[in-house]
Design a binder for this molecule. Structure first.
Ligand SMILES: *[C@@H]1O[C@H](CO)[C@@H](O)[C@H](O)[C@H]1NC(C)=O
Ligand SMILES: *[C@@H]1O[C@H](CO)[C@@H](O)[C@H](O)[C@H]1NC(C)=O
Ligand SMILES: *[C@@H]1O[C@H](CO)[C@@H](O)[C@H](O)[C@H]1NC(C)=O
Length: 454
């Protein structure tokens, strides 16, 4: 608890009082597909990847071992969307969480979770822009809890599902004291198009690979040369690291102003407008990044020096300009066109256009299939093992497919149900997977016992 701001003391007192209350999951109907079959054990045996992954890292001991309590989930939300926050408890078990809302909720059900949830102080006025609140959320969280209280911030929207076990696997190879902003779901203009055609995830977007990253495909020269930007190693990844990489081929009207170290689009919007992380897909921010500048400097930049834009653009620009941290790709998908680690779309063409990328129902279907029958396939399992986040897209969750048709329906209950299902199903999937690696042949019992765990 050391390091938590005195401003939160009243809440911590309440947390102590309610500390013994059993946690209950809010339910929106029983998630489908939770019954586990013996067949699940069979595919786990068959798909055994051996003791190492194709990047050669699996066999090593993690260099920077991590626990759930080393992470800090930061969720910007608002009172009208709190059901989404409650739903994400299904995947946030044991992970400290900082929620930034327009007002602090004071209802009994919140307090049961205060042992691991902190509610952020409203940023300025309730009427202040959601975009600014979301952009400042990770900094507000860091400044409130202190950077000694966490190693990595998991930053996303309130409808982002973090696959905690996969994230821990990836982050255990990275030094949290280095400055990192990690994502492989970056916005960048489609080559030759106006900025209205910016897309995510765009593999041409400038990014580094992690410091000391090793991938057998890079070593043996079989990494497909499919990128408009060849990612340098970032030790750390600064704006200068990317500039020194030379020409930018993603978006032919994009130029880089070397004197001011800013991206410029001729006659176009300000930097950050079209080169940014995607908040829905989420990003991982290291403690080392937060040590790069003070909260005051960040706040001054966000409040006084830049207009309110999308929170994704604001966050990326403040990381670039004030913290001097540029995006890093976690790496595994860099040489594997079929793998997208942050918010995989599953249907290739969908993620080409604007915001229509993710297909959370598709992920649920694949997880269910993987658990109930072995109809997931090797590539599907590879993606499930490397998926770090899924953006549920609450705005369009009412539709089977993510289509623009349904964006105005706001069916929160559907989105909440999907968040819960993804959290629970991923847990079960990973539990079976890691148990299989631990003790081959002994997983049926584990799979049959496993339950929601809420
Ligand atoms: C992070 O939190 C610390 C308090 O522990 C604070 O001193 C620092 O200014 C914060 N950094 C940023 C970038 O907000
Ligand atoms: C990279 O590897 C070198 C040599 O093993 C090591 O000294 C250095 O600390 C590593 N850097 C990071 C950021 O992991
Ligand atoms: C979207 O709505 C229009 C008008 O109701 C309909 O014609 C079209 O088929 C819908 N598209 C999809 C993909 O559902």
């Amino acid at each position: 608890m050391a390091g938590w701001s005195a401003r939160l003391m009243p809440l911590l007192v309440i947390a102590a009082v309610f500390g013994g209350v059993p946690v209950t999951c809010r339910r929106f109907g029983e998630p489908a597909g939770l019954s586990l079959h013996r067949k699940a054990a069979d595919w786990l045996k068959q798909m055994l990847p051996g003791s190492r992954d194709s990047d050669g890292k699996e066999a090593q001991q993690p260099e920077f071992p991590l626990q759930r309590s080393d992470l800090l989930v930061v969720l910007p939300s608002s009172l009208s969307r709190l059901d989404l926050v409650y739903s994400s408890r299904a995947y946030r078990q044991g992970v400290p969480t900082f929620i930034v809302t327009d007002k602090l909720p004071f209802k009994e059900q919140e307090f049961a979770w205060l042992g691991s949830e902190r509610w952020g102080i409203t940023y300025r006025q309730p009427t202040d822009s959601y975009e600014r609140r979301a952009a400042i959320a990770p900094f507000l969280a860091n400044n409130t809890v202190g950077y000694d209280s966490y190693k990595w911030i998991l930053y996303g929207d309130d409808d982002t599902v973090f696959v905690i076990d996969n994230i821990i696997k990836v982050l255990s190879t990275l030094d949290f004291s280095q400055p990192y902003l990690i994502s492989d779901a970056l916005w960048w203009p489609e080559n030759g198009k106006s900025d209205r055609k910016k897309i995510h995830a765009n593999r041409d977007a400038p990014r580094c690979l992690p410091c000391n990253y090793t991938d057998l495909l890079l070593v043996d020269g079989t990494c497909p040369a499919q990128h408009g930007f060849i990612a340098p190693e970032g030790c750390p990844c600064t704006p200068e690291t990317l500039v020194s990489q030379g020409m930018w081929s993603g978006g032919d009207q994009v130029v880089f102003d070397r004197n001011n170290k800013k991206f410029l689009r001729q006659g176009g919007p300000t930097p950050g407008w079209w080169y940014m992380i995607h908040g829905g897909a989420g990003a991982l921010i290291s403690q080392g990044a937060m040590r790069q500048a003070s909260f005051e400097a960040v706040e001054d930049y966000l409040v006084n020096r830049m207009p309110v834009r999308s929170s994704d653009a604001m966050l990326t620009e403040v990381m670039w300009e004030v913290l001097r941290v540029a995006p890093t790709d976690p790496g595994y998908g860099y040489c594997r066109p079929h793998i997208q680690m942050f918010d995989p779309g599953w249907s290739g063409e969908q993620r080409r256009f604007g915001d229509l990328g993710g297909d959370p129902r598709g992920v649920i279907e694949r997880l269910t299939a993987a658990l109930e029958h072995d109809s997931c396939g090797a590539e599907c399992h590879e993606q499930l093992q490397h998926t770090l986040t899924i953006h549920v897209r609450a705005r369009s969750a009412g539709s089977d497919k993510t289509t623009a048709n349904s964006t105005r329906l706001h069916p929160w209950h559907t989105a909440c149900n999907e968040i819960e299902q993804l959290g629970v199903l991923f847990d079960q999937y990973q539990q079976g997977y890691s148990n299989h690696n631990r003790a081959e042949g002994d997983i049926e019992g584990v799979l049959e016992q496993s339950d929601c765990g809420c």
